[in-house]
Design a binder for this molecule. Structure first.
Ligand SMILES: NC(=O)c1ccc[n+]([C@@H]2O[C@H](COP(=O)([O-])OP(=O)(O)OC[C@H]3O[C@@H](n4cnc5c(N)ncnc54)[C@H](OP(=O)(O)O)[C@@H]3O)[C@@H](O)[C@H]2O)c1
Length: 335
């Protein structure tokens, strides 16, 4: 019997790379998409046995060709690339770079959905896996109407797909992802700083008592997506290895590193003022506030790894403690 084919968008990145490796290990034929097949990430995947194909999320025809005949498709879009690279274009259009990145991410998601719909008949019953986030505007009843990197994803996955392509929606699973473990050694001092007395302070706008999901995108997006592929379609999930409050999250980190750390809730205005790039400050302050109420998941009833385990599907997720123990924190500790 010939192998099943999964086509992985963003194969050279965190989430897509994880999915490509996991499905390869499961015996799938894996086709990875990239803009640059000659990049080191792309050639490493090719050496591992992934069929790397040139495609651009801005070019729907290239996606249609790349998706043709797929039994499964993994979709991911990246808000932050146009957010940082599109400043001149945004200025020319007289819109903020946050809105500009929304427009690009929305369009790229729409292109993925349009191209996936063109091959819907070849997809497995549960064969379209979309990395997404909750719809902040809708889930907060309009309180967070400008959390662009959440809504750009949710407006397509599931919004546009449900409306435009019921047959694709019937084969789709939406996978929300928690805060990436990989972010904390690159946070600016204003969010995670070393104090003169050697203690550390983490400062976000989220209330200290609200649990939020945390996730290893490189190690676990593949594990989680492969587990989801064994479920019936049409469900929405939260991929997370640990769900805890920020003070708990920080306490785990401090204990591992033998230091003291405290969490400080700041106002959105303080967070924005303390951020070097004001647009980044506005976007992330809104995200951390939204995580207080209704919550990072928008208060949605999302299935988790525990539900997958209960369904008898193996879904071993990396906890924050286990991940943090193995990670080199010298750049943070020696700030
Ligand atoms: N940081 C967090 O805590 C967090 C939490 C939840 C969700 N997220 C979301 O995660 C997303 C980023 O995911 P990630 O970390 O997996 O991304 P990543 O590691 O930065 O990788 C981005 C991937 O997208 C591909 N790509 C970008 N533009 C493309 C284009 N025009 N055509 C074809 N491929 C393109 C890149 O491929 P090539 O460069 O090879 O072409 C690369 O493989 C963001 O949207 C963010 O909002 C982040």
């Amino acid at each position: 019997m010939s192998k099943k084919l999964i086509v992985v968008v963003g194969a050279t990145g965190n989430q897509g790379g994880s999915v490509a490796r996991r499905f390869l290990a499961a015996g799938y034929r894996v086709r990875g998409l990239t803009r640059t097949t000659a990049s080191s990430a792309a050639t490493a995947l090719a050496s591992a046995g992934v069929e790397m194909v040139q495609a651009d999320l801005d070019d729907v025809q290239s996606l249609k060709e790349a998706f043709r005949g797929a039994n499964a498709i993994f979709s991911v879009t990246n808000y932050w690339e146009p957010f940082f690279s599109g400043r001149a274009e945004a200025q020319e259009m007289d819109i903020s770079c946050r809105e500009y990145a929304y427009d690009i991410e929305f369009l790229q998601g729409k292109n993925i959905a349009d191209a996936a719909a063109a091959t819907v008949d070849t997809l497995d019953e549960n064969g379209f896996f979309a990395s997404t986030l909750s719809h902040a505007d809708k889930c907060s009843d309009g309180k967070f109407e400008e959390l662009y990197h959440f809504d750009a994803k949710a407006d397509i996955f599931p919004g546009y797909v449900n409306k435009k392509y019921p047959s694709l929606a019937a084969k789709m699973s939406c996978i929300h992802t928690g805060y990436f473990f990989t972010s904390y050694n690159i946070l600016p001092d204003s969010y995670f700083k070393k104090n003169p007395d050697g203690t550390f302070t983490m400062a976000f706008t989220t209330i200290p008592v609200k649990p939020v999901p945390h996730f290893d995108p490189v190690g676990d997006m593949g594990v989680f997506t492969y587990a989801v592929s064994q479920m019936p379609p049409g469900k929405a999930y939260m991929a997370a290895g640990t769900t805890c409050t920020w003070p708990e999250f920080l306490e785990t980190w401090a204990k591992i590193n033998g230091v003291k750390a405290n969490y400080k809730q700041v106002s959105p205005e303080e967070m924005i003022e303390s951020t070097e790039d004001r647009e980044t400050g506005i976007e992330v302050a809104a995200m951390y506030s939204y995580a207080s109420d209704p919550g990072y998941d928008g208060g949605m009833n999302l299935l988790t790894a525990i539900d997958l385990q209960k369904a008898g599907i193996d879904c071993p997720m990396t906890t924050w403690e286990d991940w943090a123990k193995k990670h080199d924190w010298s750049s943070v500790l020696n700030k």
